[in-house]
Design a binder for this molecule. Structure first.
Ligand code: GAP
Length: 519
């Protein structure tokens, strides 16, 4: 469920604790562009490693590449992005704000769904144990009327999108009496198409320069390298190529923090298969990718599949994995069946034969492709918002305080252990450094001696450090430390010799990978 208050808190927290800063902030910022701070970059790198290893290390038939952002301009004609990578935009004449027409309609539809959810909640509270949700949904007159409204709206909306009927999109907005969230008015312009690609010039003399594009997806870098990788890696179908890298889109509406950015990162994998096997591989990758998310134990009901209302120009089937962000359920990852569209187009536009000789069938063909594509920044936002918590702590003197904690999975946490000498003298800092030196080759640790131990614990709760190791006078006597666990706040006395094993047990990604493997 959308929770704008929590969203605001997560955004403020991300800045205050060095996760995310507005780009060029001292110049008042650049809209929909963000920088990752000292803790943000660690979390981001850990997410990348979790994804990369789950693809390239776990699957002997998937390899990685790192292709350039700039590509030959013909690539984007062949891929269809020059002609069809558009969003339908509409302006409100009173607020002068620009919107995506499809998003306005989708949000309107979600509001109707929220009304149904509220009816269910109300009835649940009223009838308690006697409540039967399925019967209620199938019989309640108000719910049925709203469901009917959603169904007819969806049908009309999908028809308009799939036939690129911009007049009809506008008419839906008019008929549904959708108002501008800023001005509250229904004073709309017509709907127009807007290409999302950024362009720039290649060459030093601008008059002679060729227009080139900043890639709007990393996938094309994989397609144009299909032959290189297949030949040099002697890859046999089915096989995959994975890549992590920046992508750029001139988004019309970019008001949702790092959910929709103009410069962002994608983690994409193109899986090349025999034609005819697309349905089973599509199902396979849907399952594997959902398992990758669930292995992080995000809590029940956080993910759902959502089939696209409109297929992208390259797709023959597509589903999203949606996550329950504080802005509601939204797309986190896309799984697309791309047929042989991209490779065939590149074959046509480049004039080079892009085929696979199948030794089993003795035939040559253009492989089909199943793609998994996840936004790294969106994954980051899902981890950050899902781990953010405020807990009431009762103190010994009868008062209470609020602790802000990020319960990030230890394998993804930016700092694995804080090394904290109780005081700054009596040889405790020196002993603490010895322990730091023991751990730092394997884990990202942070040494801190400033402020009271309580304050240092709180600071590390706020950045999601799973373990705090406190060094006191007893440590000098018997080589023991206090280890404090972030989630439970429990403290126990352990030998220095055991620290590594305790950290390793929780932060090693192996357990996550085993969960994906045992699906
Ligand atoms: N190659 C396929 C492709 O690019 P997409 O659904 O357009 O498909 C894939 O994008 C993923 O990239 C999305 O599920 C989302 O996580 C991420 N993404 C797309 N646009 C984004 C944006 N403007 N800001 C942040 N992430 C974005």
């Amino acid at each position: 469920m959308a929770n704008p208050e929590i969203f605001k808190k997560v955004i403020a927290h991300a800045k205050e604790y060095g996760f995310i800063f507005q780009s060029s902030e001292i110049y008042d910022g650049l809209s929909a562009v963000y920088d990752y701070g000292q803790n943000g970059v660690e979390l981001k790198n850990n997410i990348k490693k979790y994804w990369w290893d789950s693809m390239v290390k776990l699957n002997e038939n998937i390899v990685g590449i790192d292709s350039a952002i700039f590509m030959h301009p013909e690539v984007w004609k062949a891929s269809g992005h020059v002609g069809a990578f558009n969003d339908p935009l509409i302006d409100n004449k009173d607020s002068k704000k620009r919107y995506r027409a499809d998003v306005l309609i989708e949000e309107h539809r979600e509001k109707i769904q929220e009304k149904i959810d509220k009816e269910v909640e109300k009835a649940q509270a009223k009838y308690a144990d006697k409540f039967d949700k399925d019967t209620f949904l199938a019989t309640n007159a108000r719910v049925l009327e709203r469901k009917q409204k959603i169904d007819s709206l969806t049908e009309r909306f999908q028809n308009a999108l799939n036939s690129n009927n911009l007049e009809e999109l506008k008419q839906i907005i008019v008929d549904e009496e959708i108002v501008c969230p800023i001005s509250g008015s229904k004073n709309w312009t017509d709907v127009r198409q807007f290409n999302l690609m950024f362009d720039t010039k290649l060459g030093s003399v601008s008059e002679e320069a060729d227009i080139i594009y900043l890639r709007p997806e990393t996938a094309q870098g994989i397609f144009v390298n299909y032959l290189n990788v297949q030949k040099t890696g002697r890859m046999k179908l089915p096989f995959g190529i994975a890549q992590i890298g920046k992508a750029f889109r001139n988004e019309i509406v970019a008001r949702q923090f790092i959910f929709r950015m103009r410069e962002f990162e994608q983690m994409e994998m193109q899986f090349f298969i025999r034609p005819g096997e697309q349905e089973s591989w599509f199902e396979h990758w849907k399952k594997v990718r959902m398992q990758w998310h669930l292995a992080l134990e995000p809590g029940n009901g956080k993910y759902r599949f959502h089939d696209h209302d409109k297929l992208a120009h390259y797709a023959t089937a597509a589903t999203d994995i949606e996550f329950d962000f504080p802005i509601g359920f939204k797309e986190l990852e896309g799984i697309h069946s791309r047929s042989d569209f991209d490779l065939s187009q590149h074959q046509k536009f480049s004039g080079k034969k892009i085929q696979y000789f199948d030794p089993e069938t003795n035939t040559s063909y253009v492989p089909f492709v199943i793609e998994t594509s996840i936004g790294l920044d969106r994954m980051f936002l899902s981890v950050l918002s899902n781990s953010f918590g405020e807990e009431k702590i009762d103190k010994e003197d009868g008062s209470s305080e609020i602790r802000t904690v990020l319960k990030i999975h230890p394998a993804l946490a930016p700092i694995k252990a804080a090394i904290l000498p109780l005081i700054k003298k009596d040889g405790l800092p020196e002993k603490a450094y010895q322990i730091l030196n023991l751990l730092k080759f394997d884990y990202n640790c942070q040494y801190e001696e400033k402020d009271s131990i309580g304050k240092r614990y709180r600071r590390h709760d706020a950045i999601g450090t799973p373990f705090c190791i406190t060094i006191d006078h007893q440590t000098l006597e018997d080589n023991s430390v206090t280890i404090r666990y972030r989630d439970t706040m429990l403290q126990e006395r352990i030998s220095v010799d055991n620290i590594k094993a305790i950290i390793e047990e929780k932060v090693n990604m192996r357990k996550l990978f085993e969960k994906i493997e045992n699906r």
